[in-house]
Design a protein around this ligand. Structure first.
Ligand code: CP
Ligand code: NVA
Length: 298
């Protein structure tokens, strides 16, 4: 069975619930030497602090050996194909954590690899982040069912929003997506056949009485050239105290980080009592342990 996680859609609700249980287990019992002798590669074509460190540390805590692979040190950067690379990596590794500059390349790698591949962010999805964040919501709201939470995602339709949108398909979540009209394309695309996503451009309506407000940067990695245009287009989509006050009294603020303070969120909100960004960042470690365990277990 191919246990790759290239997308949230590679998991069904039963496996996600099992992963949540394991995240909890690893949070209690942080070091388990279960996978001695296994080797996991980490191929990163984009910057990373949290995802790289959490996975590298998780692999070590599970007794396996992490090998960080800088793309520019491999023959990939000299033109060797992704298909050939997948065949080679499969000879030496037991799994790959892959942050890529092209989602299609990740799928091409996965199509030829005989080892499981975890998507550690592509321009289209960031499934491990969303799994960790959904766990954090469940944990924060004392194990309340995710379906019963009202969640608002405000900002760009990007890898984070897309993984949330696909998670709606699998877990039937109640998410209000709020983006400027010219920046909701990928969500609209996901919704073309699905038709159940709630997409709006009205920030007050989308955040009214919600339990969770989630945002992400307006300019994702690789889109830096569009930064000035985006700053203008998104200026009314900032999470400020007024937006927090529009939500449920006990609303939590979430952000995958890194944040651009003064753009998508004010400093006041980012560092407020409503903010659970450090809980989110911490849980990435236990989520990484649960996901490595998922791909390595038979
Ligand atoms: N949230 C997240 O993926 O952060 P990094 O880019 O630092 O890995
Ligand atoms: N949307 C952001 C997420 C970073 C974790 C990006 O792709 O840069």
């Amino acid at each position: 069975m191919n246990k790759s996680i290239t997308s949230i859609l590679d998991l069904d609700s039963a496996s996600i619930n099992k992963i949540f249980k394991n995240i909890k287990k690893f949070k209690k019992n942080k070091t388990i030497n279960k996978y001695k002798g296994k080797t996991i590669g980490l191929l990163f074509e984009k910057f990373s602090t949290r995802t790289r460190l959490s996975f590298e540390s998780a692999i070590a805590k599970l007794g396996a050996y992490p090998i960080f692979i800088n793309k520019s040190d491999t023959q990939l950067s000299r033109g060797e194909s992704i298909f050939e690379t997948a065949r080679m990596f499969s000879l030496y590794l037991d799994g790959l954590v892959y942050r890529t500059d092209s989602h299609n390349k990740l799928l091409d790698f996965n199509s030829k690899a005989t080892i499981p591949v975890i998507n550690a962010l592509s321009e289209f999805e960031h499934p491990t982040q969303i799994l960790s964040d959904l766990f954090t919501m469940k944990e924060h709201f004392n194990n309340k069912s995710l379906k019963s939470l009202k969640i608002a995602y405000v900002g760009d339709s990007n890898n984070i929003s897309n993984s949330f949108a696909l998670a709606v398909k699998v877990l039937d979540l109640n998410i209000f997506f709020c983006c400027p009209d010219e920046y909701n394309k990928s969500l609209k695309k996901i919704n073309k056949d699905f038709k159940k996503l709630k997409i709006s451009n009205n920030i007050m309506k989308s955040t009214k009485d919600v339990d969770v407000i989630y945002t992400d940067v307006w300019t994702s990695m690789g889109m830096e050239k569009e930064n000035r245009k985006r700053l203008k287009a998104f200026k009314n989509f900032q999470i400020s105290k007024d937006i927090i006050n529009n939500a449920n009294k006990k609303v939590v603020f979430m952000h995958c980080l890194p944040a651009h303070i003064g753009e998508e969120v004010t400093e006041e909100v980012l560092n407020s009592e409503n903010s659970i960004i450090y809980k989110q960042a911490e849980n990435k470690l236990y989520t990484a342990m649960a996901l490595i365990d998922y791909i390595l277990s038979s």
